[in-house]
Design a protein around this ligand. Structure first.
Ligand code: XIL
Length: 373
């Protein structure tokens, strides 16, 4: 009993530290929204401690998985809106800016989407019809409630050409434009985003610029480019990050940081910012060095890196309207299971107990700095 209440006290004290003072959403309120990707447990408010943390720190949410095609439209004739409805209701209850992630992607999209009942590949018109039905149903259901959608996710290959996805192969390059037009029809007030990773790679950045320009020339309603910003300690350089933000801002659309994290683990592949399959690789203890916790030195280095990134985001606050972390605590990060399953990753501002890390304080300190208007 005694140990239990001591534990409760300690936990309360830890929570108090992060919630004592203004949350990130308040500290950066004149700069941009601060968001997090939530899993189902989180938007169902099943863990009071994490719920409190989320509500205190963030004013925008993204569904980590629950709006993806495979979850919300698992079979040709079946939509499953249960989790999506709970996610949107949670955001509304707490007056958060609700993001829809995502409509058209090559991953987490069932195989049936591209085949008919006999198992034959669909033709262009049939796949377009399927896309139309999906976007109408999903965007239409949350019309006026989901603020903005990642309409197309990760359509570019590492070299900046269009990825040879099933969408591309069957419909052709205009599938992107079609998806945006359908989303706009289904909710004319919703913001519409193109979202991708490793956009700091010069060739991919160039491809993104060309894509956005093509869409703009065709009169496609695109609001923003989403830079996922899955980062590492040594990548991207601040100079590359800055060039990327400037280049996108010059297109006259908003820029959003949509999936921020800093991978502290050794790279699992030679070029960790290039395309890696979602299927996890075999566990190797050599690639999991922080099983007993991140060293102080590494935690300090991470804090410095986070501060540098946030200082840069703040510098471009005229263009950057949202910065969203991909997950809330280190414990729920997708990087524990990708690209290798079962590692111990430390990519976020809160540790596995929901306690603020040095990176949290470093980011807070950036908000306190005066900036010329
Ligand atoms: C990830 C989720 O975090 C995982 O839980 C899931 O198993 C795979 O997808 N880019 C994206 C996100 O746009 O949807 C991905 O999310 C991470 C990379």
């Amino acid at each position: 009993m005694k140990t239990l209440s001591l534990l409760a006290l300690l936990l309360a004290a830890a929570t108090a530290r992060a919630s004592d003072s203004a949350g990130l959403k308040d500290l950066f309120k004149d700069d941009f929204l601060v968001g997090a990707a939530l899993n189902q447990r989180q938007f169902e408010e099943r863990d009071p401690r994490v719920s409190e943390l989320i509500l205190h720190q963030f004013n925008s949410i993204t569904a980590e998985n629950n709006l993806k095609w495979g979850r919300i439209h698992p079979r040709p004739d079946a939509f499953d809106f249960q989790a999506g409805d709970a996610y949107v209701a949670y955001g509304e209850k707490h007056h958060m800016v609700i993001i829809g992630h995502n409509l058209i992607w090559h991953n987490q999209t069932p195989d049936w989407v591209f085949h008919d009942e006999q198992g034959n590949l669909l033709g262009r018109d049939a796949l377009l019809a399927r896309m139309r039905e999906h976007i109408r149903m999903v965007v239409g259901r949350y019309r006026g409630r989901i603020h903005g959608w990642d309409v197309v996710n990760e359509a570019l290959a590492d070299d900046g050409t269009l990825r040879q996805s099933m969408w591309y192969k069957i419909i052709g390059p205009d599938y992107i434009e079609q998806a945006f037009r359908l989303a706009h029809e289904a909710d004319p007030a919703a913001e519409l985003y193109y979202n991708d990773f490793s956009l700091e790679r010069p060739e991919k950045r160039k491809g993104a610029v060309e894509l956005v320009k093509r869409l703009q020339a065709a009169g496609v309603p695109i609001t923003a480019i989403g830079m996922q910003c899955h980062s590492r300690m040594n990548w991207p350089s601040l100079a590359d990050e800055e060039t990327t933000i400037q280049t996108f801002a010059a297109l006259g659309i908003k820029v959003m940081v949509t999936e921020l994290d800093i991978d502290m683990l050794p790279p699992a592949v030679k070029d960790p910012t290039a395309e890696v399959s979602l299927r996890p690789m075999e566990y190797d203890p050599k690639l999991d060095p922080w099983r007993d916790g991140l060293s102080d030195a590494a935690a300090q280095a991470e804090a410095k890196r986070y501060a540098e990134l946030f200082a840069l985001f703040r510098k471009y606050r005229g263009s950057i309207t949202r910065v969203t972390f991909w997950n809330v605590t280190d414990g729920d990060s997708w990087l524990n299971d990708w690209p290798i399953k079962g590692r111990h990753s430390y990519p976020l501002l809160f540790d596995r107990d929901g306690k603020p890390k040095p990176a949290f304080d470093a980011v807070r300190a950036v908000a306190a700095k005066e900036y010329p208007q």
